[in-house]
Structure formats: C-alpha cells, structure tokens
Design a protein around this ligand. Structure first.
Ligand code: PMP
Ligand code: GLN
Length: 412
C-alpha cells in the first residue's frame, strides 16, 4: 500500500454505523435526519429523474450550470461579494469531496494546517494524505460557576492560536456551526482568525455545512465576508445538510477563482463531476429558497425552528439523568458529560480502548442506544483529556427522541 494511507485506516463512521446496524438500536449516532426532505425538493428530484434524457447524462464538470448559477446568486447576497458562477464555485460529491479537493489542491509536503479541536474527524486524514502536518489548537471550556453550560463557553486562547502560525502554515480549518460541539463562532472570534490569516498569508478553509442551523438568536457569520478574507477563504457547504438529504451527496466549495481553479484541477482528474439529477434538484431547492428567503416559507428558517424544540427535549432529558449537556448554539449535535454516570464496563472485547469508546459500545450493546464518542474529534495528543463526553444527534423525529429518552431514564 501507499505510505499516504498509513495510519488512516480506522474510521469512526464505518465502525459505529456498522455497530448501530448490528444491534438494531435507537440511533442518535451518525448525523442524518430520520425524516424526509421538504416535499418540494423531493418532487424536484423526481421531476429531474423523470425528465429529459439530459438529466441522465454528464453535465458540466465543475457544476451543473443551473446549480452554480443559483448558488452564485444566493451566496453573493449572503457573503456580500459578487460571486462568479463559473469561476468561483466547484460542485462536489458532498462536502467531503470539497474538503478533499481543497487539501489536495493547496497543501504541499511538509506544510502545516491548523485544525481547531474538537473537529470533524476527516480533516486530519485528509491533511495527512495531502502530505501536510496537522497542528492542533483546542477550544477550551470556560468553567464559570462550575460547569460549561453552552458551546459559547468553549473558547480559543488568542495567544495559543497565534503561537501556532509560522512560515510553514498553509491553511487553517474552521467549522462553524461546529460538529460535534455546536459552537457558532462570533464575529470577534472570526476576526481574530482572519487577522492571523492575513498577517501570515494563510488560507482559511471554512466548513459551514450547518450554516442555517442556529438557535436562540445566534447568528452565523461567514468568515469570507470579513474584510480581506474573500481572497483567501474556501467556504464549504452541503446540499445534504442544507436540505435534509444526506444521501444525495451534493456539496460545494466557494471562493476566489485564483484558488478555486486548483480545486478544479483535482476534481477534473479524479471525480470529474457529480450526479446530474441530484444537482438539478438542489438547484431547484436553492431557487425556491432564494424566492422565499427571510420569510416563514423558507426551509432555512423552518428547519432550525423545528430543531430548537428537539434540542430542548434532548437537553432536558440528559440533564434529568445526570448527563450534563453542553447546549449547542448551532448544528444538530449535542455533547454530554458522562463522568458522573457509573457503569461497569467489563466488556473484555473493548479493553484498552478510550473510555468514551467503551461507554458508547456498552450503550449500544446493553441498552440499544447509539451515540458517538467525542474523543474521536480530537488529535491523539489531546483525546485523552476528552474521554468523558459522548455526542448525541437530535435531527430526529420526536418519537425517536422519546425512545432514546425512555432508554436513558430506565437504565439506572
Ligand atoms: N463537514 C462536517 C462538519 C460534517 O459534519 C459533515 C458530515 N455531513 C461533512 C462535512 C460532510 O458532508 P457531506 O455529507 O455533504 O459530504
Ligand atoms: N457528518 C455526519 C456526522 O458527523 C456523518 C459523517 C459520516 O457518516 N461519514 O455524524
């Protein structure tokens, strides 16, 4: 095998999705809705599939023209910058491929890439496969009054962050709203990152797949909209997360043409283009959202409204059983502290694994509830300090959340 894949053979999604399937659990593990996408977008997909011959054939390599056109129109308004549909956008097979193309296109052997912890796990193997070196900087909980109650209490130290930038730094990856924590970066926090990127001539890779999901009035700010950042930011989005259709695998990267052209080089020589009909349906979805933006008809308002109540329901349940949650400001995950729960983890098959892995496996096998261990979202250097949290996904039917609640309330 090639050296570039050494050490990246383990994958939590592969492992825990299989376990959840094997044990027929109530699944609050992998992040996907267990309800349908909005009907208008399902209809758009059906119409595309049943439409003309062209929907079944190749389309433009870098993005189906109707999709890049509406993405440019939509996001120009949001970013406050005139986005060129054909120069500044690449449509990819999910946000995953947008991330992969970005690292492959920009990172050289020995380059450093700063990753803020906790982070969506694929950043690390992708940096490694590109020949780069991941450099980590953690968000640390501020224990005011004894406990960190919300994701806003997890903050970067500006000195620590600044100390990670040097002449080898090529890029920094941020994720807002964050998976798994739910942190929504404030403008001042983004400004700090932006200042360092500009000072050290570093690219910012901003993973914003949960951009429409914020709660309690938290505002999602695009780092690309800050002064001097459009030229050096690649913003990544996901049709799967945006429209509750994770199986469609339509994602995108948006950024200045002089950067995006390198992502296109990777794309044209690997994947070439993504499924035409799915792109057509996502284009119809964005067209509709463009027309209804800011009105109660907008799915980008309806989904967070629906999720806000699910967030309260899950948080109340976790709290009542002694699993102190960190209330997320955004996204559709919630982490909870398991240190006060005493269970006898005597499963010899998981001996030697991190505590949260063992706990999650016990919860799956003995209690029929799937979650995800949070130390998986940390570097090997820091994961030991975060073995006392597990992640719950709440983009689920109320009935699913109630079944999870019943399990949690009955176990002790
Ligand atoms: N980034 C983050 C933060 C994610 O949680 C996910 C998982 N959906 C992705 C990227 C990948 O998204 P996609 O399913 O569109 O490939
Ligand atoms: N992004 C999703 C999550 O965090 C799923 C990722 C995956 O299944 N590979 O749960």
């Amino acid at each position: 095998h090639a050296r570039r894949i050494e050490g990246v053979d383990k994958n939590i999604w592969v492992e825990f999705t299989q376990l959840a399937a094997d044990y027929q659990v109530v699944n609050l593990g992998q992040g996907f809705p267990d309800f349908s996408p909005p009907s208008y977008i399902q209809e758009a997909f059906c119409k595309a599939v049943n439409g003309g011959c062209s929907m079944h054939q190749y389309t433009r390599a870098f993005g189906h023209p109707p999709l890049v056109t509406i993405l440019a129109k939509f996001f120009s308004k949001v970013v406050g910058h005139d986005i060129d549909a054909f120069e500044d956008i690449l449509v990819t097979v999910g946000a995953y491929q947008a991330l992969f193309c970005t690292f492959q296109a920009l990172v050289n052997e020995g380059d450093e890439v700063i990753i803020i912890e906790p982070f969506f796990d694929c950043y690390q193997p992708m940096v490694k496969m590109a020949g780069g070196k991941a450099v980590y900087v953690p968000l640390r909980p501020r224990f005011e009054g004894g406990k960190a109650l919300t994701s806003a209490d997890w903050v970067l130290s500006s000195e620590e962050l600044a100390s990670k930038f040097n002449s080898r730094t090529k890029a920094i990856v941020i994720n807002t709203p964050n998976n798994p924590l739910g942190k929504v970066y404030k403008r001042e926090e983004l400004q700090l990152i932006a200042d360092l990127c500009i000072k050290h001539d570093v690219v910012c890779i901003s993973d914003e797949v949960y951009e429409w999901l914020t709660y309690d009035g938290a505002k999602h700010v695009k780092i690309a909209s800050l002064p001097g950042m459009w030229e050096r930011t690649v913003t990544i989005g996901s049709g799967g997360k945006t429209f509750s259709a994770t199986g469609w695998k339509v994602g995108w990267a948006i950024g200045a043409g002089h950067i995006l052209k390198h992502l296109k080089t990777v794309h044209q020589n690997s994947v070439y283009h993504c499924a035409t009909a799915a792109q057509e349906a996502v284009a119809v979805g964005f067209q509709r959202e463009y027309e209804h933006f800011g009105t109660p008809e907008s799915y980008f308002l309806q989904l967070p409204e629906r999720l806000q109540h699910k967030r309260e329901k899950l948080a109340a349940c976790l709290e009542s059983v002694g699993l102190q949650p960190v209330l997320p400001e955004g996204g559709y995950f919630m982490i909870a502290d398991i240190s006060s729960v005493k269970v006898d983890l005597n499963d010899p098959s998981t001996q030697g694994e991190p505590y949260d892995y063992r706990f999650v496996k016990w919860l799956i096998k003995e209690k029929g509830l799937a979650t995800i261990p949070v130390s998986a979202f940390y570097s090997p250097e820091h994961s030991k300090d975060f073995e006392n949290y597990i992640r719950f996904c709440f983009v689920k039917e109320d009935s699913t959340l109630s079944s999870a609640e019943a399990i949690l309330r009955n176990w002790s």
